[in-house]
Design a binder for this molecule. Structure first.
Ligand SMILES: NC(=O)c1ccc[n+]([C@@H]2O[C@H](COP(=O)([O-])OP(=O)(O)OC[C@H]3O[C@@H](n4cnc5c(N)ncnc54)[C@H](O)[C@@H]3O)[C@@H](O)[C@H]2O)c1
Length: 311
């Protein structure tokens, strides 16, 4: 029987998640507040599927079939009425999420799984007002959701075992790499690791050790190159734990320990320079087409994803 999925919110994350479900053979209802937003989401999905055809990941026929599995709607009740699983990807505002969950509990089938794509709220906070907490879980996809393999899964003690098991299975079935956390901590695992690294990167930039391009090159051509295939804990084993004990004892006292966003970021945000979305950030994007840059990024991610699938 075909799994029926509903994705609520068709923005940066929602359209990519809907694409992943459609490619896995699920029928998908993609909901948003306005037709115009859904039109943009469909265009983005079509562009991404076309890239997969060009890169020989998908046939033209599979692309058309995936597109045909996606229904766009601005009617929430219709979107979720038959859904077996519902993924919420609306803005990170707790009152919006609570209002939506109340509606989902009223409209969805009683056994439908409700999964949130939140990046910062704990599952405990999300289900504070839920009448049926046993069916709520977090499935945290990464941007671009259609290309990055990882999905972090966070459960609550009230989430039923059956929902946890089904969620892990479903994430595997759609070709993603599930990691089920044993504890609910802010930022889960990935954003904690990423924030620790970015804190140090901006500290190096602020103290004039290197400019942004050099710091990014160190990551892309050095540490990041290895990290796609060897994690930080494996790196310690491979390098020798005695060596890493010395490295960490010597370097840990030298590292940045600030507890807020770096001043460089704060100043640029005050000026309205937000990065690619305004044409300037740490780098300037005045002469660059952001769409071209994103297209290039997606091509590179797609090739890496192919490489990672090889034994
Ligand atoms: N952007 C990322 O890199 C990223 C990564 C991982 C997780 N997340 C999380 O995913 C969720 C969605 O983020 P996004 O970046 O896709 O946001 P976004 O702003 O790009 O998209 C949200 C969409 O939800 C729609 N929407 C549907 N129902 C709504 C309602 N009731 N109220 C308001 N808007 C409604 C909006 O119109 C909008 O199109 C957030 O919880 C975010 O924290 C984002």
């Amino acid at each position: 029987m075909t799994t029926r999925a509903a994705v609520i919110g068709s923005g940066v994350m929602g359209h990519g998640i809907a694409q992943v479900y459609a490619m896995a053979g699920y029928s998908v209802s993609l909901y948003d507040l306005k037709d115009e937003l859904l039109g943009k989401a469909r265009q983005a999905i079509e562009r991404s599927l076309s890239l997969q055809v060009r890169e020989d990941v998908l046939t033209e026929q599979a692309k058309q079939e995936a597109l045909a599995r996606i229904t766009l709607t601005t009617n929430l009740q219709e979107a979720v009425a038959d859904a077996d699983l519902i993924t919420e990807a609306i803005p990170e505002v707790i009152d919006l999420k609570w209002t939506l969950f109340e509606q989902l509990e009223a409209y969805a089938k009683p056994d439908a799984i409700i999964a949130s794509n939140t990046s910062t709220f704990s599952i405990g906070r999300l289900i504070e007002k839920a009448k049926t907490p046993q069916r709520f879980i977090i499935t945290h996809f990464f941007n671009p959701a259609q290309l990055v393999p990882l999905v972090e899964i966070v459960r609550h003690e009230k989430t039923s075992e059956d929902v946890v098991q089904k969620t892990v299975e479903w994430i595997k079935q759609i070709g993603k790499s599930p990691v089920l956390l044993k504890k609910d901590v802010p930022g889960f695992i990935a954003n904690r690791l990423q924030t620790a690294l970015m804190r140090e990167a901006f500290s190096l930039l602020a103290s004039g050790v290197a400019d942004a391009h050099e710091i990014d090159t160190v990551m892309k051509d050095g540490i990041g190159f290895r990290w796609a295939f060897v994690g930080p804990i494996e790196t310690a084993d491979f390098g020798g734990l005695d060596t890493w004990q010395r490295v960490m004892d010597n370097l840990a006292p030298e590292l940045d320990k600030s507890e807020a966003a770096p001043a460089i970021i704060r100043k640029l945000v005050e000026k309205g320079d937000l990065g690619t979305k305004t044409g300037a950030g740490i780098y300037s994007y005045a002469d660059t087409s952001v769409d071209d840059r994103l297209q290039k990024r997606d091509e590179q991610f797609l090739r890496l994803a192919k490489q990672k699938r090889e034994p």
